[in-house]
Design a protein around this ligand. Sequence first.
Ligand SMILES: Nc1ncnc2c1ncn2[C@@H]1O[C@H](COP(=O)(O)OP(=O)(O)OP(=O)(O)O)[C@@H](O)[C@H]1O
Length: 272
Amino acid sequence: MTTSSPTSADRTEAVVSATDLGLTFKTNDGDVVALSNVNLTINKGEFVSFIGPSGCGKTTFLRTIADLEQPTSGTLTINGQTPENARKDRSYGYVFQAPALYPWRTIEKNIALPLEIMGYGASQQAERIKRTMDLVNLSGFEKKYPWQLSGGMQQRASIARALAFDADLLLMDEPFGALDEIVRDHLNSELLKLWDRTQKTICFVTHSIPEAVYLSTKIVVMSPRPGRVTDVIESNLPRERPLDIRETPEFLAIAARVRDGLRAGHSYEETV
Ligand SMILES: Nc1ncnc2c1ncn2[C@@H]1O[C@H](COP(=O)(O)OP(=O)(O)OP(=O)(O)O)[C@@H](O)[C@H]1O
């Protein structure tokens, strides 16, 4: 992996900016405060992980960035625009927990789907499919169907689909949560290489402390009821991260701070 990093000018460019952001769902059982007073800036080229117990609003925050949920208070801008305009500009790619590939389409046809919807011609589609399949190391599997691939390969295909129209922002909601640890390790290091090569801004939801620390330049610790940000940890780890960096004192110190943040916001009674 190269050690290239965004210039200082790029670094100060806010991609996601939330100010006093709140979102309350109205339900038959009353109000559910999913997000409360979230203040957060994500700069261009950052890799930001969101970690916190179930129900703390991680997915809701990602969905709000994607304009799939509407805030009930505060402001949120994506590249300086409203989430609605950012969505219309195709500013982000979204990777879900389950690969969500169409079983009747080959891998290349799954990746082509958003390009077809956006009206790309056949040659542009072919060029983008080739480029993104190379990026996720799936070349040679274009004509396979999703069910012919392992879970990890399917998730790589769904990352390729999210990258196909070249949005600068990638939203990833626990993409590797269902995979075994060895496959997850491999995909984590592949994802870091991909991030380094493409210089994308990545928002990544996870329940795993090692995954968050290994991947991120910034870790956002959240706690539930109401969902809020309790700590934002800037990582001082180098961009180049072999997997054994996880045994270094620097890595373990960040992991300990994340764990402390999670403990502080955790209500153990509600989990039993
Ligand atoms: N459409 C909805 N209507 C009502 N309540 C909702 C809705 N979506 C989410 N919630 C509630 O908002 C809170 C935050 O949910 P969210 O899915 O964002 O949490 P999360 O941190 O991503 O959880 P998990 O780790 O389990 O995925 C939860 O209490 C959830 O039940």
